[in-house]
Design a protein around this ligand. Structure first.
Ligand SMILES: Nc1nc2c(ncn2[C@@H]2O[C@H](COP(=O)(O)OP(=O)(O)OP(=O)(O)O)[C@@H](O)[C@H]2O)c(=O)[nH]1
Ligand SMILES: [Mg+2]
Length: 332
């Protein structure tokens, strides 16, 4: 079953925050509730899978079946590498007599899918004092809203947060982050529109340090005049952070919009090469029938997906769990 928010943060004290008062039973209920939302959010992907596989005759394990499975996974955007690996594994299992009916087919498929997700640290490291989380990603993918939600959860877990409005490209971006700051109850360090993002980050770290803040979260621009400019700006921000706090940023999270499909994979590759991404936040899974993109991103880039978004509400951003993801994709 899914991890709770308490479990997703590395460095959150067991006895601090609201989580200390949350009973195991409430945590269980929270997880069940999320699975329902996850299933609802992934209904487009699930329906598409079911439609593709509905023609399959599970008592005839022939070439047609494997072709059909292959097409289904490719259509779902699982990517060629993962698709080939999954189909090979399924054929092998069938050859060994492990797949004889519908149930066995789906349980093997679920497990094969789960195993495609990269190993890696699925937690978000906030164990340093202060810890710095840098949020990067193309415009509109969900950076600012994700920061707001993470900040809200961190405060609830007893961690103090300062946010840095380093997307100085648009005035609206600074306002949007400020609103999230109010909602989450944490200060937002900002300057005028058009000011140097690295200077904002410098201020935020100084402010965070003097206040004894636990976590500093940095919002960045998703679009500048050119992509080269953007990567150079992000590199500069990283250098400024690293100079003030050796070893930081401790997390560089990349937001990817699931509805952009293979294009999201290309973006992830670019950011990964330029700014050293430690994990992916995959947003808008509710808006696509091609939820398999999660598999492609994780498997082909070797990156853990740390959080997923299945809607715009606060509760729709959740810790990622590969097992739940696979179940939500196939199970009625
Ligand atoms: N349906 C859906 N919408 C989402 C999800 N996550 C974020 N959004 C919406 O996507 C829109 C863009 O989110 P932002 O957080 O502003 O994106 P951003 O990356 O900061 O964008 P820029 O500041 O322009 O670079 C908002 O309207 C969010 O509510 C999700 O999981 N599902
Ligand atoms: Mg933004």
């Amino acid at each position: 079953m899914a991890r709770s928010w308490h479990e997703v943060f590395k460095g959150v004290d067991e006895s601090s925050g609201d989580a200390a008062g949350v009973t195991a039973r409430t945590q269980e209920e929270e997880k069940k509730g999320f699975f329902g939302r996850l299933k609802a959010g992934m209904s487009k992907s699930r329906k598409s899978m079911q439609q593709h596989l509905s023609v399959v005759m599970f008592d005839r394990l022939d070439a047609e079946l494997w072709e059909n499975l292959e097409e289904t996974l490719i259509f779902a955007d699982c990517g060629v590498k993962s698709t080939v690996a999954i189909v090979d594994r399924m054929e092998k299992a069938a050859g060994e007599g492990e797949i004889r009916n519908r149930e066995q087919f789906y349980s093997h498929l679920e497990q094969a899918l789960v195993d495609m997700f990269a190993d890696g640290d699925y937690q978000i490291d906030v164990s340093h004092k202060p810890s710095v989380i840098l949020m990067v990603g193309v415009n509109g993918t969900g950076k600012t809203t994700t920061i707001g939600k993470i900040a809200w959860h961190l405060q609830r877990e007893g961690k103090s947060v300062v946010m840095a409005a380093a997307d100085t490209f648009r005035a609206a971006a600074i306002e949007q982050l400020s609103e999230w700051g109010e909602r989450a109850g944490c200060p937002v360090i900002k300057q005028e529109r058009g000011s140097d993002p690295a200077a904002v980050v410098y201020d935020a770290i100084s402010a965070g340090r003097s206040r004894g803040t636990d976590v500093i979260i940095v919002d960045t621009a998703g679009r500048l005049h050119t992509q080269v400019n953007l990567m150079e700006e992000l590199k500069k921000i990283r250098r400024v952070i690293g100079k003030q706090i050796p070893g930081a940023p401790h997390e560089t999270l990349l937001t990817v919009d699931a509805t952009t499909g293979q294009n999201g994979l290309t973006q992830a590759r670019l950011f990964g090469d330029s700014v050293g991404v430690t994990g992916v936040v995959l947003t808008k899974l509710d808006g696509t029938a091609k939820g398999g993109i999660a598999v492609a991103i994780s498997h082909e880039l070797g990156l853990p997906i740390k959080l997923i978004g299945v809607g715009e509400q606060m509760e729709d951003l959740r810790p990622f769990d590969a097992g739940d993801f696979a179940r939500a994709l196939f199970e009625d």
